[in-house]
Design a protein around this ligand. Sequence first.
Ligand code: OXD
Ligand code: MN
Length: 593
Amino acid sequence: MTKHKKLAKWIKECVTLCQPDKVVWCDSSEAERKRLGKEAYHTGEMLKLDQKKLPGCSYHRTAINDVARTEKLTFICSQNKKDAGPTNNWMDPKTAYKKAYDIIRGSMKGRTMYVVPFSMGPVGSPFSKIGVELTDSIYVVLNMRIMTRMEKAVLDHLEKTQGEFTKCLHGKVDIDINNRLILHFPEDNTIISVNSGYGGNVLLGKKCLALRIASVLGRDEGWMAEHMLIMGIEDPSGYIAYVAAAFPSACGKTNLAMLVPPQGLKKKGYRIWTVGDDIAWMKIDSDGKLWAINPENGLFGVAPGTNSKTNPNMMASLNKDVIFTNVLLKQDKTVWWEEGDPPIPQKGTDWKGNPWKPGQHDENGKIINGAHPNARVTVPIQNVPTITNRLEHHHGVPISAIIFGGRRASVAPLVYESLTWEHGVFVGSTMASERTAAQFGKQGEVRRDPMAMLPFCGYNMSDYFKHWIKLGKKMTPPPRIFNVNWFRKDEDGNFLWPGFGENLRVLEWIMRRCRGQVDARKTTIGYVPHDYDIDLTGLKFQPDKLKQLFSISKKDWEVEIEGIKNFYAKFGKELPKELGHELKELEKRLGKG
Ligand code: OXD
Ligand code: MN
């Protein structure tokens, strides 16, 4: 089986529990991919797409009730409730194990259990962590093959070192939403997911390991696991500044990570390098600077809204070896989604498996989409034309700036820089955004989402804030912290900033701030650019819009402060005193301003 004693013992226990007919060890070979593909096509779990137009690509539909992460059914199962904190669902580990075991017991009869050893981060890098996922889903195996480093070297490394690994047990069971549970046991380095087949709930290396469990490992080992993209911005001199940026789900992280410079800046010589689009693991190196890797090996991006205008690099990444989930299936066995590239197909099969044509309405008069709004593409990161050549570097990339952002129609200006690291932690801790299709719940509602980690922090969020403050003191110097808001609207509800394609103009300012090349206006909320420092070459844009984008309304901020106070009240006395202090200081500055 394996020479790794702990792994062998755990697998034996899980086999006894789940009772699969067969246990198959995955080695990630091409032969294995073909064999699993064939089997999934045979059972209908997956569908082969046109191999001439989309070589290596396949299609999958999830169950209709299983299309997004289910935060209500996601639990942190620490011994003490307090360690999960006020923002997580908590279940005591004994109850949680019993519930999960009762659900998964015997559920793999007649099925195969696949053993998937994987590494988050390059195998052998000081950043990297190993996990082993046991699953009865071929879809999961084929996705993990793209999303993680699922290679033979992982098991070799584990056996040689007899090292630690995260135990990840996934069972589809009946995909019953009433018995769905996504459980994290940080003290046991264990994840159990039952009754789901949706990516965010079942690709256990991603949100579950690389964020929830890793945030706890980071707290204990002195590093950071963050819900952040990482990108390199190359300036005309060839210097590359790397930034890490946190935005709540579906705020355009993937688009930003592979941005195409607008003509004006391209001419100047700017280029973008993509390191990662969702998760950053960051460590202080011996030079005192913060370095980061993307622990993933693929992208699990939202399809609807992606087109050759919004994200040409993503579109160019989608022509081979991609798994498409819950998109519209065209008659020619290719795919499409809402706000995808034209032409709109006149016929197809929708994500539910029903015949579809454009313009149809359901019984409530709601338009029937071909693709689910949270339909996904699973893409090998090497497909991305802008991929960095530093992906396999064991020390990652040095981070010059940390950027927070949210979807706010008012309040937050286009960009501002925090006054200090601690003020930056305050800014991150008060991030807010409108709810999107990636989560269940009412869309459009504003929710606080500190550092975009609300659904992903595996421990008490007040301790997480303390961790940020503590690590900042160790960095020499810490990266600068910025806040951006691409979504500000005018009084008539129109977006003020012309769109994602132009965001490099803001990043250029950020980069120049980091290099001490540009001055700024000190305001009550932080440093804001002088209008003339945002390069608008080639952009048709009324300068008064910039004024509106940078305006700070005392009234709006007073309301904002009340919102922050309400949110902070959740943490009671546990809230780090530094954040209470920053809030008071902001109030004082606004009072004077
Ligand atoms: C994601 C998310 O899928 O944040 O990346 O929901
Ligand atoms: Mn995400």
